[in-house]
Write a protein that binds this ligand. Structure first.
Ligand SMILES: Nc1ncnc2c1ncn2[C@@H]1O[C@H](COP(=O)(O)OP(=O)(O)O)[C@@H](O)[C@H]1O
Ligand SMILES: [Mg+2]
Length: 341
């Protein structure tokens, strides 16, 4: 079932699912099965130039904001570029999609996203600047509007990253994750579309971009049973992005904890360095089976310039049993610092 073929091994950056070559779709974020389509999260779209025309929010002014354009639309929410009318400050506005406005489960998840994000104050985690309701009643929250691309877009555009750059980004991802975990938040959906790489200011030369972890739409508090597969016995469906799930998330065999995020962080690093994932298969189900059963394909098989010790760090973080991974994001970050030294 495992395959070395580039097609099976390559990942569409903003999703976990390959439907057909060249087509991508958002992965299963099926929390409320009736509310989302059969594949879980419906197709995310990123409008090209002018693609947002016809969107009723674009060009509207309300709640002290002028909404300028749609940045991306996922299964549950949409993100817009906007400006505060009083100051002209650019902001990003995330709003619950209209189709989900009446669903109390999705609305409470959105409220949880805001509440958990507000707890974290760290340069590598996207902050919440404010929240409110649009005139049509839908909740929204505001973030700084960052210029840059997601990790997925970067790899898709430029291919695997140079080692030093990838390690610099990994360091920031783990720093943000450590802060998140210290605030008792498990992200649960770390994947390339949820890692923003913010452009270094002009004049900074080849400086690595600043990482901002985004999208706490599936985050939860460790130990708290939110009824969506967080603890082994809790009901609900798969939550997260299929190809970036830890074994316990895929199987719901154990609680989803901080160490589930470490597994996903290792997948992100592997992906940044190879454009591939270490667990392979023809489709998402095959990949999930590989996540649960197979050994990871060593990164050094994809890239000879990767030090052996980096493979060892990744292999440890990709242990099937959470107890065999690093104790926390800080410990994994330290191990990676030794690779950089
Ligand atoms: N603060 C921001 N600044 C700029 N772009 C953003 C910001 N937040 C999100 N985005 C863009 O919007 C996309 C969707 O945001 P995200 O929070 O991941 O929503 P979803 O829950 O739909 O996945 C991201 O992949 C990113 O491209
Ligand atoms: Mg997202």
């Amino acid at each position: 079932m495992d395959s070395d073929g580039p097609e099976e091994g390559s990942v569409p950056p903003r999703s976990g699912i390959v439907c057909h070559p060249g087509r991508e779709r958002r992965a299963a974020r099926a929390h409320h099965p009736g509310a989302l389509d059969g594949a879980g999260r419906a197709g995310a779209r990123r409008p090209g130039g002018g693609g947002s025309s016809g969107d009723p929010l674009v060009d509207r002014t309300e709640q002290g904001l002028h909404i300028e354009r749609l940045i991306a639309e996922g299964g549950m929410g949409a993100v817009y570029a906007a400006r505060r009318t009083a100051t002209g400050e650019p902001v990003a506005l995330k709003v619950l999609r209209r189709v989900h406005a009446g669903d109390p489960g999705i609305a409470s998840r959105f409220a949880r996203e805001v509440r958990l994000a507000r707890r974290i104050d760290h340069p590598n985690v996207c902050p919440v600047l404010g929240e409110g309701r649009l005139e049509d009643g839908r909740p929204f929250f505001l973030m700084p509007l960052f210029r840059g691309v997601t990790l997925g877009e970067e790899v898709r555009r430029s291919g695997p990253l140079p080692l030093r750059r990838a390690l610099a980004l990994a360091d920031q991802i783990l720093a943000g994750l450590a802060a998140m975990h210290a605030a008792r938040v498990v992200h649960r959906d770390l994947q390339p579309g949820n890692v923003l790489l913010v452009d270094a200011p002009s004049g900074a030369g080849e400086a690595a971009p600043t990482v901002k972890l985004i999208d706490l739409g599936f985050a939860h508090e460790p130990g708290a049973d939110t009824g969506d597969g967080v603890t082994p016995g809790s009901p609900g469906s798969l939550v997260g992005t299929l190809r970036f799930m830890s074994p316990e998330q895929a199987m719901r065999s154990r609680a989803i904890t901080e160490r589930s995020d470490l597994f996903a962080a290792a997948l992100l690093i592997y992906y940044a360095l190879s454009g591939k994932l270490p667990f392979r298969g023809r489709g998402d189900l095959d990949v999930l089976v590989a996540i649960v059963r197979s050994s990871p394909v060593p990164l050094r098989r994809e890239r000879r310039d990767v030090p052996r010790v980096l493979d060892e760090v990744l292999t440890r973080a990709l242990s099937k049993h959470p107890d065999h991974r690093f104790a926390g994001a800080a410990a994994m970050r330290d191990a990676l610092a030794a690779v950089r030294a």
